[in-house]
Design a protein. Structure first.
Length: 204
């Protein structure tokens, strides 16, 4: 067993360290174009390339932390799953009107939910998150780099999104203290302000 592990290429070790699912993709896509690994990297980088995406995805984690269990894990799971569906729409070239407006609105609404500590039923919160995830996923899907693997690219932006959610959850753990609650409300207001800026840009 040790000898086999020593023979693993650096590329496979990196994929294993990232997430187990990437190993499945490595086996399934062994015959695809050589740009596959670049597609994974492009997917990992894409959600980080736009502040509007980052604000909304961190806000999902913040809101989940505010709401507590089970929302703390339901919302960060629901968003990437539905976002992947939106990505498929983008890959297929299906039109979705108002994508930039929807992304900006997601930051405004999710930030406001954190700022005002809105506590809807879990189903409503998940539906809100899922509706906005469609817009984010579609934007990612339509910007698939030419010649790259759509599957690895999708896995990349889903992983990156999960990391941003985790960041929001980590910050949101301060909610247990009174000063932490004030801090989160301020963070939510900042997200909303950022969303308002991107909404202005979408209409300008």
């Amino acid at each position: 067993m040790r000898q086999r592990r020593q023979r693993l290429s650096p590329r496979k070790v990196a994929l294993l360290a990232t997430v187990p699912a990437t190993l499945w993709a490595q086996a399934a896509l062994a015959h695809v174009q050589q740009g596959g690994a670049a597609g994974l990297l492009a997917g990992l980088q894409h959600p980080l390339s736009g502040l509007d995406h980052v604000l909304a995805m961190v806000a999902v984690g913040l809101w989940g932390a505010q709401l507590g269990a089970p929302a703390i894990w339901v919302l960060p799971v629901a968003f990437p799953l539905v976002m992947a569906l939106g990505g498929v729409f983008g890959f297929l070239g299906l039109q979705l009107p108002g994508v930039e407006i929807g992304i900006a609105a997601s930051a405004i609404v999710l930030g406001a939910a954190v700022a005002f500590e809105v506590r809807p039923p879990l189903v409503i919160a998940a539906l809100v998150v899922g509706c906005f995830a469609i817009f984010h996923g579609h934007a990612h899907g339509t910007e698939l780099p030419p010649g790259q693997s759509a599957l690895l690219y999708s896995m990349g932006f889903v992983i990156a999104t999960g990391c941003l959610h985790a960041l929001g959850i980590g910050i949101g753990t301060v909610h247990r203290w009174s000063w932490g609650r004030r801090l989160l409300r301020s963070a939510g207001a900042a997200v909303t302000a950022g969303g308002a800026f991107f909404m202005w840009k979408a209409f300008s």
